[in-house]
Ligand binder design. Sequence first.
Ligand code: CP3
Length: 346
Amino acid sequence: MTKPLLRALKGDPSAPAPIWLMRQAGRYLPEYREVRAEAGGFLNLCFNPAKATEVTLQPIRRYGFDGSILFSDILIVPHALGQKVAFEAGEGPRLDPIRQRSAIPDFDPAKFDKAAEAVYEAVERIKAALPPEVTFIGFAGAPWTVATYMVEGAGSKDYANAKKWFYSEPEGFQTLIDRITEATIHYLSTQIRSGVEVVQLFDSWAGALSSDDFRRWVIEPNRRIVKALRELHPGVPVICFPRGAGLMYEEFLAIVEPDGVGLDTTVPVEWAARTLQPKACVQGNLDPLALVAGGAALDSAIDRICDALAGKPFIFNLGHGILQETNPEHVSHLVKRVRERTAFGR
Ligand code: CP3
């Protein structure tokens, strides 16, 4: 019997629909905050295999999700490439920005693996501890999204430095994207060899680009990664999440050909059912703020998504990561309602 989440990704859905949530391990859970305090900060937690295993398992124990995502961060890749990465409490990530071709780090697999070793060890431990029906999901940031952090040195609203770079010196920026692409293929491949069963590529800031830039910096690197992983690990599904792709979702799917595609909150589910779902398993797309609010609005938003997408290849998720202010009780309610609403397929 194949696991429900894996079955959905292979185009053979079962009822009820599988569910997991992006950022399901995190600060909205009191048990997470406790372990993070013991670890002495976020990066120490990512690099402590026993504690990273513990926080990965916390939402599985509490909610019985169908998918378990490795507890880690997309900024492990810049760190393992040798860039200085820090997380200041309450401020988000800080990196020493890279703004010229000569500052782009080389990719040395041996050095990279040494820096990421604790992540691979966490993967092995989590794999051994997960209940058999739960699918283990590894991940990385997609090159454009990771590049925005590497170039800006922090979160950004407009990605002005990254854009100025690719407009003024596209070959230089291409070198950075190629370097991240190469490292990401290696990193995800090693996660798979260590035990993950599915990988997701987070392109969280894909929606910031014009259509030609989207083709070059989002579609092309995602395509290369999906193709390389499929050659190295046939049968291991890849989910792409080009958040904010909008009118480019269709072209993205046609060229990248992932097994699953994450829908952000703005995607109309009836359109996705007609246009995207025949080509890939769709995943999404509840507004994280509807989950914060709860009540009747949450219920009708859940039902709308389930009614449009369940019974066909579908994984229930949010349209972006769960928010810190989310009441953990609302998550229990969500899981129960999704399972009831999709129990008999359609
Ligand atoms: O989903 C999971 O439970 C797995 C863990 C996970 C984290 N980050 C843990 C985390 C995953 C999949 C990510 C992905 C990630 N990280 C993305 C892509 C997804 C998205 O939300 O768009 C991005 C853009 C990042 C970069 C990042 N990491 C930022 C901007 C921040 C600071 C903002 C914030 O939410 O605090 C982080 C920190 C981070 N990553 C936290 C967690 C649980 C909070 C750190 C803490 O505990 O203090």
